[in-house]
Design a protein around this ligand. Structure first.
Ligand SMILES: *Cc1c(COP(=O)(O)O)cnc(C)c1O
Length: 404
């Protein structure tokens, strides 16, 4: 979508706003699908936590995807958005057995990543087929905060615990129908990822009734020019060979599953905010926006980079700015960014604002969470209203201290 479209949307609504380009989501879905076109049975389960607006889920459902969920609430959102329960996988970590049973009762595929829970669930529900999440102990990403396959990670059942896992399966007579890994975000090196898949294939051989192998996600998308990006096409070619040859040896048709979050929605998203104030100090020029880490946490949480452009003055002379928010905490979105000259009331846009942006927003400083727009067929459709003051106080019980 064009910058002029974004500018028009910003002017039509008050407050900061998230905009998502439907066409870009569909493009990324097709791109991943065609990278694996030689897989007979392929399923892409969108990771709902990246961006969980119901209209986005509905749209991704219409593309043919399944859904990857990590909480019972995401399962319910998925069902509300029209996903068949069979196309939803529940991959929680550290939740109670009750929550797993609740999801299972709704008919969704359960994925268990803990031997104690597996034993309890299998003893009570031996007829429910279960997927197991394996930790291959491979560091696929560059940043330990978003890498979850390594030895210290809380996720998954260690490959060194497979004998125990198999004993639980035999004792409970439960059926393992899928095996899963998710090594975390940002795959920089395809060979490291392929190495992890080898470990998963070795593990898969130990189970006789599998229907699918789920390789999780972690596809890296570019956040700025020159960024390394996972080469999906190359991964597609290499993994397809390995997968098809595994299926031949295994002598059974298997579905290959991925769970992309960031890959599908990151680049489709734009976050637009107004500049409240330009402030010169002895060391820099701050542009203070009408937002803070309450709306966009990633730069503060894990140092992520979001490109920032001045929509109101795209061709102006470039100058250096520190872009900061209005929260009473340090909330720096970018230091020393070269941006077209900024004047108060200009609109700035943050790119790559589709994944883990609105879904991580909070009410800190008693601010309202922003509206969301889906840009589809060259039209802006409102898919979430900006919160109101009433939303902030709705669940609060206001005590009357005279009567207590
Ligand atoms: C978060 C998550 C994903 C999605 O990861 P991305 O890096 O956004 O693609 C996939 N699978 C599981 C189990 C997850 O927790």
């Amino acid at each position: 979508m064009k910058n002029s479209d974004l500018l028009k949307i910003a002017a039509d609504y008050s407050g900061p706003i998230y905009v998502y380009d439907a066409e870009k989501i569909a493009y990324q879905y097709q791109r991943l699908f065609s990278a694996f076109k030689n897989i007979k049975s392929l399923r892409l389960n969108y990771a709902a936590k990246a961006l969980s607006n119901i209209s986005i889920l509905k749209y991704i459902n219409s593309l043919g995807a399944g859904l990857d969920t990590v909480s019972i609430q995401e399962v319910l959102l998925g069902i509300k958005s029209g996903f068949e329960p069979e196309k939803i996988i529940f991959t929680p970590n550290g939740v109670s057995i009750n929550e797993i049973e609740e999801a299972s009762n709704l008919g969704v595929q359960i994925n268990i990543d803990n031997l104690s829970i597996l034993e309890q669930f299998g003893s009570k529900n031996p007829d429910v087929p279960v997927c197991v999440r394996i930790n291959p102990h491979v560091m696929a990403g560059g940043n330990s905060k978003i890498s979850v396959g390594h030895i210290d990670s809380k996720f998954g059942i260690s490959i060194h615990q497979i004998p125990h896992l198999i004993r639980i399966v035999e004792n409970t007579k439960m059926n393992i129908n899928g095996i899963h890994m998710h090594t975390g975000s940002d795959i920089l090196d395809i060979d490291v990822f392929l190495y992890a898949t080898e470990i998963l294939f070795e593990t898969a051989k130990k189970f006789k009734n599998l229907n699918f192998i789920d390789f999780g996600s972690g596809f890296k998308v570019p956040y700025k020019t020159g960024d390394i990006e996972t080469n999906i096409e190359e991964l597609g070619e290499k993994l397809t060979l390995k997968f098809n040859s595994f299926c031949k040896d295994y002598n059974r048709k298997l579905t290959l599953v991925f769970e992309p979050g960031k890959f599908l929605v990151s680049e489709a998203g734009y976050f637009i905010t107004k500049v409240n104030a330009v402030k010169q100090t002895t060391s820099t020029v701050f542009a203070q926006i009408e937002s803070g880490f309450n709306h966009l946490l990633r730069p503060m949480l894990y140092g992520s980079y979001h490109e920032i452009l001045n929509l109101s003055n795209p061709n102006g002379k470039k100058r250096f700015y520190s872009i900061v928010g209005y929260i009473c905490e340090t909330d720096t979105f970018g230091s020393n960014r070269k941006i077209s000259e900024i004047t108060e009331d200009d609109y700035l846009v943050f790119k790559n604002a589709g994944a883990y942006c609105h879904s991580m927003a909070s009410n800190y400083n008693s601010r309202l969470r922003p509206a969301e727009i889906l840009w589809i067929n060259d039209k802006a459709e409102l898919i979430r209203k900006e919160e109101t003051f009433n939303d902030l106080i709705n669940n609060q019980i206001i005590l009357d201290f005279k009567t207590i």
